[in-house]
Write a protein that binds this ligand. Structure first.
Ligand code: FUC
Length: 804
């Protein structure tokens, strides 16, 4: 894997605040803390080892911890050929569009629909009932991003009680340590429950819950339709959760459904979880993994170790990733206030650069904690979901959300965490080949706007019930394939490019090549097309979704072709295919600038039904794509800026995350910063309430509010901070391209740039002072900052410091 740059591997920020051990200090940019337990999910503190997740409420007399496992979903392997003759409707839709019959095209488009995705399932809840009075003094709760441990401390009747919680990747268990300051004052019992079909038992010091996920769960937005959640004892993913107590002292207590300690001083709770999920194409009931023995082995292995050993292994593992990057955005301005109070002060305009860094650090923490399961990427809620029918099924929404989760993966030096998405793409290519053939009548592979753990790729809508506005978009494969190339450009791993990435990129491009048709002038367009979730208004007043030549489709295809062609060239392979891509690129229907100076979203200069719509997929070429840039395509960049101005800044969380990146790519640091502040706008926690109008922001636990909670905004915002500080392509690295006035002084170490570089920057007075470049693979690049350029040529493993 990646060689570590000595400069960056120096452990930073090790002064951790470990409550149980009473050492160290709170770090304003690495500690989330509160003076009260969580009431709402959006106040809880989340932990995870990339597969198992825990949501800690930290209550005084009753502590509640939601448990999750990334591999527990409703359903079973998808039958991709669910609508085998759907493609036969394509010519009729094209004809309707040619006639200008947009209403007819919208109706016919519904014939290209299949089933809805399955749903991420809630595994269960662990309760700790504490046998002391409910009135606590000096309550304190924290999540320490420096070591990925959450802690609670309070006093009851003069006794200090503490709990430390972490979910270990190396040992595959959750560990909770409970203490009391007075000998024998710790008495508690543990319960487990689950919304899923389950069975609880207790024996000696171990609780066991066995259960299984539904065979089907409908998206929550479909409301109370019949059979919205269906359990079948013979089908679906099984799970086992075990909770086992280890007591330093005191008496062990056991009932039918609880285990506990009476009169102890220190105790540990071990929680092991396993599911039968055995891959997207294996039946989890008949061909599943042995969940019970997996959980038992994990439990026994961890149980044999000491707390110190387990905690040390957890911290070492986590810090291997987290400590790669450190960020200072100015002199520390943070008051010693709880995180929720800091957010509220920030919302009224108070300066808090440490809070801005904390949000960035938290985003990296979330990716390390939610994305370490091969082929199972972080979903809409990462891995943290308590609901049977979570918002939008907590699925993979591939018209922006799943991809946005991975925007910080490469540039913030968490390339390994990109892995689950990259390998998932390989599975999508398999079901997606069936989708391409049966829904569109072409080769290659494609993904529509939703997916799930079963790698479903079909357009959703329950065979004609869905609105084409969202159901029929089919550019998910082409968009996802750009992640493969991004991974290569950052790592320069040519073997990966040749063996894994290129064949998949080629398949995505092949679908697009075959799906394109000439317009009346011979220019290549998509038909039918939709522009993610927005609607047009035709001159005759029809509000529609289905059209030909939508700009977003063409922008994504353009990027996909440019990258696939570049990959073929680099690998010296596939000349004929590369030729066909290059020819198609020249024939693509060009971008158009509309009357208002905006980048046109539709083939014609039609009005939008909602000009402030949250999606901005037609700006794909500016970000996450690379083919629109202020210096290379100034007119198009200006049209993108105009589009963003027309849209305004008030929008949902993920959309703000995206727009900050777009403003950064327009090299407008102050506008990017304005929107970053708005992303951190305090949102009152209130459970699951979907409210597009209320505007996105941040809950007390720093979770992104769509609203409701959706993790993509966290990741979009994290990526954007890096994008404001460093931008790169294969030939150049721009340092501080979008530095806002508010971050006039600062430093960052460990960000990555395309071409295989790792960087450390220091700046003051809004200008770069020094840059240290480390090259992992060797190569040439040009450093650019503040109107100066410097070409560098480096050997693999070389490090170069430049005083700017
Ligand atoms: C898309 C967006 C919504 C939401 C959902 C999960 O449909 O338009 O805002 O983020 O995905």
């Amino acid at each position: 894997m990646m060689k570590q740059f000595l400069l960056f591997s120096l452990l930073t920020g090790l002064a951790t605040h470990v409550i149980g051990q009473r050492t160290g200090t709170v770090q304003a940019d690495k500690t989330l803390w509160y003076r009260q337990p969580a009431t709402y999910f959006e106040e809880s503190l989340v932990l995870g080892n990339g597969t198992q997740g825990a949501t800690v409420f930290g209550g005084v007399q009753l502590d509640k911890i939601y448990l999750n496992d990334a591999t527990l979903w409703s359903g079973e392997p998808v039958r991709a050929d669910m609508n085998p003759e759907a493609y036969k409707n394509v010519p009729a839709i094209r004809d309707a569009l040619k006639r200008g019959d947009y209403k007819g095209a919208d109706e016919l488009h519904k014939k290209l629909q299949g089933k809805f995705s399955e749903s991420y399932a809630p595994l269960g809840t662990l309760f700790i009932d504490l046998a002391h009075s409910p009135t606590a003094q000096n309550y304190y709760r924290q999540l320490n991003l420096a070591d990925a441990v959450s802690s609670v401390r309070y006093e009851v009747d003069g006794v200090t009680y503490t709990r430390d919680y972490f979910v270990s990747q190396p040992d595959q268990v959750m560990v909770i340590r409970l203490t009391s300051s007075k000998k024998g004052a710790l008495s508690f019992s543990v319960r487990l429950n689950s919304l899923l079909n389950n069975n609880v038992s207790a024996a000696s010091n171990t609780l066991k819950i066995k259960g299984y996920a539904p065979i089907h769960a409908e998206p929550s937005y479909r409301g109370n339709i019949p059979n919205s959640v269906v359990f079948d004892p013979a089908r679906g993913t099984r799970f086992t959760t075990l909770a086992k107590l280890k007591a330093g002292d005191g008496t062990l207590t056991t009932t039918d459904s609880t285990v506990g300690i009476r009169g102890g001083t220190e105790a540990l709770i071990f929680v092991a979880i396993a599911t039968s999920f055995n891959g997207f194409d294996k039946n989890p009931a008949t061909n599943g993994l042995p969940d019970e023995s997996l959980a038992t082995n994990r439990l026994n292995n961890a149980f044999a170790k000491s707390y110190t050993q387990l905690r040390q292994a957890h911290t070492t593992d986590y810090q291997r990733f987290f400590n790669r990057v450190s960020l200072q955005l100015g002199p520390g301005t943070a008051p010693a206030l709880p995180t929720d109070e800091r957010l509220q002060r920030y919302a009224v305009g108070t300066k808090d650069t440490d809070l801005e860094a904390l949000y960035f650090n938290f985003g990296r923490y979330l990716l390390i904690s939610s994305s370490r399961t091969p082929s199972v990427p972080a979903n809409l809620q990462g891995i943290w979901n308590p609901y049977m029918r979570p918002p939008w099924s907590s699925n993979y929404t591939t018209n922006i959300n799943a991809q946005e989760n991975y925007w910080p993966a490469e540039n913030t030096n968490l390339s390994e965490m990109h892995g689950p998405l990259l390998t998932f793409i390989g599975q999508l290519a398999k079901t997606g080949a069936v989708t391409a053939r049966t829904f569109y009548g072409v080769g290659g592979w494609s993904v529509a706007h939703n997916s799930d753990i079963w790698a479903m790729t079909n357009p959703v809508g329950d065979f004609g019930q869905g609105d084409p506005m969202w159901a029929n978009w089919n550019m998910g494969g082409a968009w996802l394939s750009t992640h493969l190339w991004e991974h290569f450009t950052f790592t320069q791993d040519k073997t990966y490019l040749r063996q894994q990435a290129y064949p998949l990129m080629r398949g995505a491009a092949r679908f697009c090549l075959a799906w394109l048709v000439p317009d009346s002038t011979g220019r290549l367009i998509t038909s039918p097309s939709t522009s993610p979730e927005n609607q047009f208004l035709t001159p005759t007043g029809y509000r529609g979704s289905t059209l030909y030549g939508g700009t977003a489709d063409l922008a994504i295809i353009r990027e996909c072709f440019l990258q696939t062609s570049a990959a073929a060239k680099l690998l010296g392979t596939d000349p004929a295919f590369r030729d066909s891509l290059d020819r198609a690129l020249m024939q693509l229907y060009p971008y158009k600038v509309g009357k208002a100076g905006n980048l046109q979203e539709w083939y014609y200069d039609w009005r939008d039904v909602d000009p402030k719509h949250r999606h901005q997929s037609h700006l794909f070429g500016l970000y996450p794509g690379h083919h629109i840039r202020p210096d290379r395509t100034p007119d198009l960049a200006q049209a993108c800026r105009k589009t963003l101005e027309i849209k305004g800044d008030e929008t949902t969380g993920w959309s703000k995350g995206w727009r900050i990146n777009l403003w950064a790519r327009l090299w407008d640091g102050n506008h990017a910063y304005k929107m970053y502040r708005e992303l951190l706008h305090y949102v009152v926690p209130d459970g699951v309430k979907t409210d597009y109008a209320r505007g996105g922001g941040t809950y007390p636990n720093l979770f992104d509010a769509h609203p409701p909670f959706q993790i993509d905004g966290n990741f979009g915002g994290t990526a954007a901070v890096a994008e404001m500080l460093v931008q790169s392509d294969e030939g150049e690295i721009r340092l501080l391209p979008a530095l806002p006035d508010a971050w006039a002084v600062g430093s960052v170490r460990g960000l990555r740039a395309r071409g295989g570089y790792e960087l450390a920057l220091e700046w003051a007075g809004g200008k770069l002072k020094t840059v240290t470049v480390f090259s992992t693979t060797g190569g040439q690049t040009t450093l650019i900052s503040g109107g100066k350029t410097k070409a560098v040529s480096m050997k693999a493993g070389q490090s170069l410091r430049v005083n700017w």
